[in-house]
Write a protein that binds this ligand. Structure first.
Ligand code: NAI
Ligand code: MG
Length: 354
């Protein structure tokens, strides 16, 4: 079977880590007979913007649509405002392709220790399901009375029944398949008094159809529980902003942003899904060849799961864990001295050994 993969390396460390993940993609062809990935690279990033005045061509989404999946690095450069790079490239892809599920596994890998020293590997293994098309990240609002003392910015949070129901259903289905059969819901219905009671009500309605235990926590308390009792969690469903924050927090509990992947998924497969690390372009370490490629490589594992080859997805995670547990190879974020390339190559050779 042949799959076409659109590759958008982006800015900063994006291209550095994508380069390593493409080696892993190639290795998948070698370990699985008959499998082929045809990749096409797109140079849409902040340099493209500085040359062309836009982050991608006018028909960019049409070009991407022809592919089965998208592999994304990260965008963002100090020379371009962040809201431009994010709103003109990554958010249109997520929204237009109805990638309404942002799947973010948080798992303490074998061979690593959590900064929460009293927590073990069994304690840190859960999935954040983030709503990815609406909520707080809506392009709706405005600025008025500029230059006066009454200057005012309004940003609307948009929660639709359709959008909330589909993400909550997805999360319940996922929770029902896992062993703990527990769904934790992030809310803030005490203070966000229209959108969040609405969200909670939909949770209640959808939940009656599942044999899954439901916990609702306000986001502030939930953030604290991520640190104090992560072992309680299995699947967590959250709105766009809350899910974004929880997944970076989760990443910190398992060793940092270099270690956590994400899938932007259109479950109906009507449009291509997109796989990327949760981290950004990390301008502070870009160009040094020291970024940790694990998050990007793990995103290939999520891609394999999505393409219904979970055994390949598992093989990639196993190879990453073998390298962390049984070799001395570590990038600087993990306290080592190895390069991005050393780590990528070690994972690839482990894939061939397993
Ligand atoms: P960031 O995730 O790029 O970096 C935060 C910190 O984590 C930095 O100290 C960085 O060195 C470190 N880090 C991140 N990835 C790492 C890796 N693979 N290995 C080792 N260390 C790593 O977030 P920041 O600094 O807030 O944003 C930088 C730029 O990235 C901004 O322009 C921002 O808008 C953009 N961004 C883009 C995203 C995307 O393309 N999906 C997501 C988040 C941020
Ligand atoms: Mg983020």
């Amino acid at each position: 079977k042949t799959y076409s993969v659109a590759v958008i390396p982006g800015d900063g460390i994006g291209p550095e880590v994508v380069n390593e993940s493409l080696k892993v993609l190639k290795a998948m062809e070698d370990v699985h007979g008959g499998l082929k990935f045809v990749t096409k690279e797109f140079d849409w990033n902040c340099s493209y913007y500085l040359k062309n005045g836009r982050m991608m061509p006018e028909n960019g989404l049409e070009q991407l649509r022809e592919h089965d999946v998208i592999l994304f690095g990260a965008v963002g450069d100090p020379a371009v405002p962040d809201h431009v790079s994010v709103w003109e490239l990554i958010l249109p892809i997520r929204k237009q392709f109805e990638q309404y599920v942002n799947l973010r596994p948080v798992k303490l890998l074998r061979g690593l220790e959590s900064p929460l020293r009293y927590k073990s590997h069994q304690d840190l293994d859960f999935v954040v399901v983030r709503e990815n098309t609406e909520g707080e990240y809506s392009n709706s609002g405005g600025l008025t009375h500029e230059g006066t003392p009454y200057e005012l910015a309004v940003q609307n949070n948009i929660f639709t029944r359709y959008g909330s129901e589909r993400i909550i259903k997805y999360a319940y289905n996922l929770a029902a398949k896992r062993s703990k059969k527990r769904l934790t819901v992030a809310t803030k219905s005490n203070a966000i008094n229209y959108a969040m009671p609405f969200w909670d009500e939909i949770v209640k309605e959808v939940g009656t159809n599942y044999n899954v235990e439901t916990q609702l926590y306000h986001i502030d308390a939930l953030a604290a529980y991520f640190i104090s009792r992560p072992e309680e969690f299995d699947v967590i469903v959250a709105s766009n902003l809350f899910g974004d924050i929880l997944s970076d927090l989760g990443a910190a509990t398992v060793g940092g942003l270099g270690l956590t992947p994400s899938g932007n998924i259109n479950p109906e497969k009507k449009y291509p899904s997109m796989f990327e690390p949760i981290h950004g372009s990390a301008p502070d370490i870009a160009g040094k060849g020291i970024a940790n490629p694990i998050a990007q490589i793990w995103s290939i594992s999520l891609m394999m799961d999505h393409l219904q080859m979970p055994e390949l997805g598992e093989l990639i995670v196993n190879a990453i864990e073998e390298v962390l547990e049984n070799t001395a190879i570590k990038t600087p974020d993990l306290g080592g001295k190895n390069s991005t390339e050393d780590m990528g190559n070690a994972i690839v050779s482990q894939i061939y050994k397993l």
